[in-house]
Design a protein around this ligand. Structure first.
Ligand SMILES: C[S@@+](CC[C@H](N)C(=O)[O-])C[C@H]1O[C@@H](n2cnc3c(N)ncnc32)[C@H](O)[C@@H]1O
Length: 285
């Protein structure tokens, strides 16, 4: 694939090329770029270049805010192509319909979704505590022999698209969409039922780990824990998060082992998103 910088060489000046974003996301037929203020007047040419490089892209949007709030949304401004924010994204043989203005979605979690799905054993009961439009849940349902995936989200729009995605991918018998705050849903109706818990919301996973423990079966199971961390040069970001969550789990008198950890992605200068697989052997909640 031609690189955007190469494509625009000769069309933008040296400074503009220097501040041009190195990457952009493509979700279905929509591209999302994050242009610095100083490139706003060049937005149309940049969008045109993105559409030329990726001929299936029909719409280019500019992300004008960070992801924020409980629903993890970002502000998007239309630059070029069809005026829309809804699309269908293909990943691992699954289809995900999503409105990018109303729901969270990131194609950058694709490898992580496949990695988790490959760990699932036959007949497992799984709870996805922060499920978005259902991506992790649906990849698991398609790629494993899981018995049930409870797929919880607090955003009614995410649940609307999740239900549509469950139908599109024909996994109605496995994935159940549940609207609500995962801590309330677990406390009211999902205590002691799960073999595996997914916590793909780094902003809340630490606070909600107690509910993940409550949701696991009395014999324990796996928790997929996500967090953000800043690590200086020489510090290991995975070890930092392992230390942070181990302290909390020890306070909760849990017998556990961290079986795996990895950097999912870099989110800023020396900021990392970390994923830990935590095996809970025994719990007291
Ligand atoms: C980072 S997104 C999840 C991404 C998703 N797993 C995926 O692969 O696309 C986090 C999601 O958690 C939801 N959320 C935030 N707080 C929540 C809560 N207390 N209970 C349930 N869902 C919550 C947000 O609405 C958002 O859709």
């Amino acid at each position: 694939m031609t690189n955007l910088k190469e494509y625009l060489t000769g069309k933008l000046d040296a400074h503009e090329l220097e501040i041009l974003p190195r990457s952009y996301d493509v979700v279905g037929d929509i591209a999302i770029v994050r242009l610095p203020e100083a490139l706003r007047h060049r937005a149309e040419e940049i969008a045109e270049a993105i559409m030329q490089i990726n001929n299936h892209v029909k719409t280019v949007l500019n992300q004008v805010s960070s992801v924020s709030g409980d629903f993890r949304l970002r502000r998007l401004e239309w630059i070029a192509g069809e005026k829309k924010t809804e699309t269908i994204h293909k990943e691992h043989g699954c289809l995900f319909k999503v409105d990018l203005e109303k729901c969270y979605f990131s194609p950058r979690l694709s490898y992580e979704r496949k990695r988790i799905a490959e760990l699932v054993k036959p007949s497992e009961v799984i709870i996805n505590m922060f499920a978005g439009v259902g991506c992790f849940s649906i990849v698991i349902a398609k790629k494993s022999e899981a018995k049930k995936v409870y797929s919880i989200d607090v955003n009614p729009w995410a649940i609307k698209y999740m239900k549509e995605n469950i139908r599109l991918n024909r996994v109605c018998h496995i994935v159940t969409a549940v609207l609500g705050d995962s801590k309330d849903i677990i406390a009211k109706r999902l205590q002691g039922v799960a073999d595996r818990i997914l916590m793909p919301l780094p902003e809340k996973a630490y606070e909600y780990i107690i509910y993940a423990l409550k949701a696991l079966k009395p014999c324990g199971g796996m928790i997929h824990y996500y967090d953000f961390v800043h690590a200086s040069k020489g510090e290991n970001p995975v070890h930092k998060i392992e230390k942070k969550i181990s302290y909390k789990l020890a306070l909760l008198r849990t017998d556990f082992e961290v079986s795996f950890g990895r950097i999912v992605r870099t989110t800023g200068p020396r900021w990392f998103q970390i994923s830990l697989d935590i095996k809970i052997n025994q719990k007291r909640l």
